[in-house]
Design a protein around this ligand. Structure first.
Ligand code: SF4
Ligand code: SF4
Ligand code: FES
Length: 486
């Protein structure tokens, strides 16, 4: 019989339809019933080592681990009886006999499964009077990861992730019993392109991220849904920011970390390390004011410089990092001004069979849908967004719209400061043609403006008054998308 056969079961008195072969823990979750778990993670092969997920099944003598037991037709399951709560308290008490209780200085505090379960199921004073077993607390596992063996609950999620998902197999379980720990195999370090996911899947603070360690308590972070811009996969992410508190040496830092946002159609539970750790450009080396030939100027002075290009031959290089809405707006504006339009993009890079793709731009597909091509020309004026085309020297007057300083920016006569993706809302179309929206996490830095607002500024300077209305241009993009999609 096929595993895809629909069957009926009863969980906590609620009739639930699911597929034959689904694990109880998953069938319950799909029905809105949460079963506690420590070693189970939906994206990993189940291991059944923690016993936190025990449930009772009518007709069975003993509770069973719901992360290892598939549903059968007509099964009647209980997930929250007094007996099960007693089991859960026992599991927690056992783990806590060797746990260091570092909560006040642990980065995981506030989002730690063990801490949360203690408050949900335990809340007992410790009966443990012996010394706790001491283990190494700051083991460097590779570029970003620090392992604390005392905090480790030996759930093996990290081992299974590296063995089964990334297949780099750096970690194993060493020693036995209370002395067990997770260790690197001889000569190995965790340097793979997905290492940061280990911090997310560790249910406790045993794996911490060098990049985030001791920088902010997690409850001070605001979480904004967004999309990673670093390749055309378009992984769903959250940007975690903290702008509300006075900080000392981190006073300029607004973004503290990037986390994956589950999307089973795009990135499942993961993101790559480039997407996770490349956020520092949002706060650092920003261009905050317009610049004319090396000197900062006002936006009024920008108007006079823009007037000087009226009537000249212009090629505008829109970028594969601009949103669908911005591309539509700028395409319409350039048509009215009779400027030529091309696409410029970040060069291709590495890919793999996990998430990363060679196209290192979030919206080349959106540009393709709008028919914006990577052509080049020799017009007198070039207006360039985000990336410098190789043929820039073909143009006499060079205007750039950039968010960050870079080597070679001096060749531009006029530079207009634009925002980063974290400081605006919009949508990109990923390599599969999926339109994905992202939200604004931060206010623009300095005098930087959204690319659409820069367009409105230029259009009003040239007497056109074409208003930047993202909602309207989104609708226009969707019409073009429908035509492209047949
Ligand atoms: S380091 Fe974290 S994920 Fe790995 S076994 Fe220990 S608790 Fe589990
Ligand atoms: S795979 Fe691509 S989109 Fe996903 S996190 Fe990495 S760079 Fe970003
Ligand atoms: S979550 Fe099922 S045994 Fe650990």
């Amino acid at each position: 019989m096929s595993d895809r056969e629909r069957i009926k079961i009863v969980i906590d008195g609620k009739e639930v339809e699911t597929y034959r072969g689904t694990l109880i823990i998953k069938a319950a979750e799909d029905a809105g019933i949460y079963i506690p778990r420590l070693c189970y993670h939906e994206g990993l092969r189940p291991d059944g080592n923690c016993r936190m997920c025990l449930v009772e099944i009518e007709g069975e003598r003993k509770p069973v681990p719901s992360c290892m037991t598939p549903v059968r037709d007509g099964m009647v399951i209980k997930t929250d009886t007094e007996e099960l709560r007693k089991h859960r308290r026992a599991v927690l008490e056992f783990i806590l006999t060797t746990h260091p209780m570092d909560c006040p200085i642990c980065d995981q505090a506030g989002e730690c499964t063990l801490q949360d379960y203690y408050f949900t199921y335990d809340l007992e004073e410790s009966r443990w009077r012996e010394d706790k077993v001491r283990k190494p607390k700051r083991v460097h596992w590779g570029k970003n990861l620090i392992y604390d063996a005392e905090r480790c609950i030996l759930c093996t999620r990290c081992v299974r992730f590296l063995n089964d998902v990334i297949k780099t197999r750096e970690l194993g379980v060493f020693e036995r019993g209370v002395h067990s720990y997770i260790g690197l195999f001889d000569g190995k370090k965790i340097e793979n392109d997905y290492s940061g996911n280990l911090v997310d899947i560790c249910p406790v603070g045993a794996i911490t991220d060098l990049d985030f360690r001791f920088k902010s308590r997690v409850w001070f972070l605001q979480r904004t849904p967004s999309i990673c811009p670093f390749c055309a996969r378009g992984c769903n992410i959250e940007i975690h920011t903290n702008t509300s508190r006075i900080r000392n040496r981190f006073s300029k830092q607004r973004v503290f970390r990037i986390k994956p946002r589950k999307n089973m159609e795009v990135n499942k539970w993961w993101i790559c390390d480039e997407g996770r750790y490349s956020y520092t450009f949002i706060d650092n080396d920003r261009i905050e004011k317009p610049i004319w030939r090396g000197k900062e100027i006002t936006w009024d002075e920008v108007s006079s410089r823009i007037m000087e290009i009226a009537g000249k031959d212009v090629r505008i290089y829109l970028s594969a990092w601009m949103t669908n809405e911005e591309l539509v707006y700028w395409k319409n504006l350039t048509r009215t001004l009779q400027w030529r339009v091309s696409l410029v993009a970040r060069p291709d890079g590495d890919d793999d069979n996990i998430l990363r793709v060679s196209d290192k731009n979030p919206n080349r597909k959106g540009a393709e849908i709008l028919g914006i091509k990577e052509e080049r020309g020799k017009e007198e004026v070039a207006i360039v967004f985000h990336f410098v085309p190789e043929e820039i020297s073909n143009h006499k007057i060079k205007i750039g719209v950039f968010s960050n300083k870079f080597e070679g920016m001096e060749q531009f006569d006029l530079i207009l400061p634009c925002v980063t993706f974290a400081e605006k809302a919009g949508s990109w179309t990923n390599l599969e043609g999926r339109i994905q929206e992202f939200q604004k996490a931060l206010e623009p830095l300095g005098e930087s403006m959204e690319e659409g607002a820069i367009g409105e500024f230029i259009s009003s300077t040239l007497g056109l008054s074409m208003v930047w209305d993202p909602g309207k241009f989104r609708e226009e993009f969707e019409r073009e998308y429908k035509k492209w999609n047949g």
